[in-house]
Design a protein around this ligand. Structure first.
Ligand SMILES: [Ca+2]
Ligand SMILES: [Ca+2]
Length: 214
């Protein structure tokens, strides 16, 4: 017989631990993980996935509709990093994450992995636009070693959208953890440097009709 009190206590403890682990205080959140596993395909090729992808009430949009769509590596591909992930196949292409109903959300973490061989370290800068029209930026550095790293966002709360670019050396992304429940968190200083570098990189991005993957 299952001790229901124990199960309940364990569930509460797990929720608290999760809330603390993600640094969002003690409010239990309904977390959503966008994991792309429904796109998994056997074989050693790549699969185009269109310019828009929806999962669990969230949509990723590739805004470069005159260039190349999102794609995934099939599970037998050497650049498949152990979990099906999406990548923007347009060089300097922009990816935008929004909620399908236009509502606000928090962005908690994302897994980023190298795209092309030889694998190189790179920096990916995310820019979030909040419901009050303020802008937040976080930059993450990939280690250049084949495989995903999980990056936690700082102050990516109350967002209406988040965008980032496919700048060389390129990346693939997986396990986007979001929450549509507004939570209290301690604001931290925005990465002004990251924002500036993003702007500088953006200014240098001319239209190029070349795929991101080799
Ligand atoms: Ca996955
Ligand atoms: Ca890596």
């Amino acid at each position: 017989m299952i001790n229901s009190a124990f199960v309940k206590k364990l569930a509460v403890a797990t929720l608290s631990a999760t809330a603390i682990a993600i640094g969002m205080g003690t409010t239990a959140q309904a977390l959503t993980v966008i994991d792309f596993e429904s796109l998994a395909q056997p074989g050693d090729g790549t699969t185009d996935q269109g310019f828009s992808y929806t999962e669990d009430g969230y949509t990723l949009t590739n805004t470069n509709i005159n260039q190349f769509p999102f794609a995934t590596f099939n599970t037998g591909k050497s650049r498949y990093l152990g979990s099906t992930a999406l990548y923007n196949n347009s060089i300097d292409g922009t990816t935008v994450l929004t909620r399908n109903d236009g509502g606000i959300f928090d962005l908690l973490s994302i897994d980023l992995g190298e795209l092309n061989e030889p694998f190189e370290s790179s920096t990916v800068t995310f820019v979030g636009t909040k419901a009050d029209n303020s802008v937040i930026s976080n930059s993450f550095n990939l280690n250049g070693v084949k495989g995903f790293q999980t990056f936690a966002f700082t102050d990516f709360t109350n967002l209406v959208s988040t965008s980032w670019q496919q700048i060389a050396p390129f990346h693939q992304f997986d396990n986007i953890v979001v929450s549509d429940i507004t939570t209290k968190s301690v604001p931290e200083t925005a990465s002004v440097l990251g924002l500036l570098s993003f702007a500088a990189l953006g200014a240098g991005s001319a239209l190029k009709r070349k795929k991101a993957i080799a």
